[in-house]
Design a protein around this ligand. Structure first.
Ligand code: NAD
Length: 321
């Protein structure tokens, strides 16, 4: 069995490795070659923590496993990331464990790859302004991955806690992009691509603020009750997601489906666009919206890449088990 640490994951898995792994797994899901098992997520009644499992099987890539972990809100005070997770991979031929892979960096890099895949396949080629809603841990990974997909010339950003914006601005500066903190209506008026990655429980971005032709990646909503955008925006947009069942239950789509502004049949798995069985964006005026709910197969895909790369570079610890 291999053990792959956080440090090694950061060393061996780059953004382009994650992009390829996520694009491939979305494609496999849409072909029916890979499927996610039901998600378990529980408030454990201790340390205010949410803990659960995401798992699945990629029959084409022969990747079987589970990500265990969750959210510990007080971890920051202990100098630890609030999200903590570990991926366990199993040999699909025997059921024997093959690797234990640290999941914190991989979660961030796979979530950024997910919105990045959506930008690559759905946004207008000439997109110039990137709008960021949220300035927490994930937002910096999102920004770095997004700017690799289009020739952005500027970043505009909003966060409910404005004191968090300068650290996101520093990343934009490192990337050579001007950065401006704006109100949300201005963000909608300027941005060609918008990424939302917050822990909000109410709509932040209203339909009327978003201009025609925009691509919106909603990445924060991964639990029942969470919400980042006006449901009317989902009614107006062409809506894509990683997994339809998860989008309507715990993703951004949950609210628009509940209010009748969107039907399940109107939602397309992004894998279909990747596999070219759906045309994706069909006009420059169309608003495309990607509901990135975060599925277990994404975690398994990047963990498998991490285990393989770490093993081939002699960076994994091998133990008898
Ligand atoms: P974080 O705690 O570092 O940052 C949280 C962000 O949300 C900050 O910008 C904060 O100001 C903002 N925020 C907090 N409460 C808010 C509110 N009530 N209204 C508006 N904004 C609010 O968290 P993070 O690691 O950056 O994660 C951000 C979100 O992304 C979380 O909700 C997390 O569950 C979600 N997430 C989704 C996926 C996925 O695959 N879709 C993966 C990882 C994290």
């Amino acid at each position: 069995m291999l053990i792959v640490s956080e440090e090694t994951c950061q060393e061996v898995v780059g953004r382009s490795d994650a992009f390829t792994a996520i694009e491939n797994i979305f494609a496999a899901m849409a072909r029916g070659d890979a499927y996610n098992f039901p998600v378990i997520r529980e408030a454990i009644g201790h340390a205010d923590a949410l803990y659960g499992f995401k798992s699945g099987f990629d029959r084409a890539g022969l990747v079987l496993g589970v990500k265990a972990g969750g959210y510990w809100p007080d971890n920051m005070k202990k100098n630890l990331t609030n999200h903590q997770s570990t991926v366990f991979l199993f040999d699909p031929d025997t059921g024997r464990i093959s690797a234990v892979v640290a999941g914190n960096y991989l979660t961030a890099v796979r979530t950024a790859a997910s919105s990045s895949v959506s930008i690559a396949h759905l946004s207008r080629n000439e997109s110039k302004v990137l709008g960021m809603i949220g300035a927490g841990h994930q937002s910096k990974f999102q920004l770095r991955a997004a700017v690799e997909q289009r020739d952005f010339e500027k970043v505009v950003a909003w966060n409910v806690h404005p004191e968090m914006l300068p650290s996101l601005g520093e990343v934009a500066t490192q990337l050579g992009l001007p950065f401006e903190a704006v109100e949300l209506d201005q963000l909608g008026a300027q941005a060609d691509v918008i990424i939302s990655i917050t822990s909000a429980f109410e709509p932040l971005l209203m339909n009327g603020w978003v201009k025609p032709g925009t691509h919106v990646a909603c990445m924060g909503t991964d639990t029942a009750g969470k919400q980042e955008v006006d449901p009317a925006l989902l009614g107006r947009a062409t809506v894509f997601t990683d997994e339809i069942a998860q989008a309507i239950s715990i993703g951004e789509c949950q609210h628009a489906v509940q209010s009748g502004q969107l039907s399940e049949n109107d939602i397309t798995a992004i894998g279909e666009v990747i596999n070219q069985t759906h045309p994706g964006r069909t006009s420059d005026d169309e608003i495309t919206l990607f509901d990135g709910t975060g599925v277990g197969l994404q975690d398994l895909a990047v963990a498998s890449v991490a285990a393989n790369l770490a093993a081939s570079r002699g960076k994994a610890r091998e133990v008898d088990f």
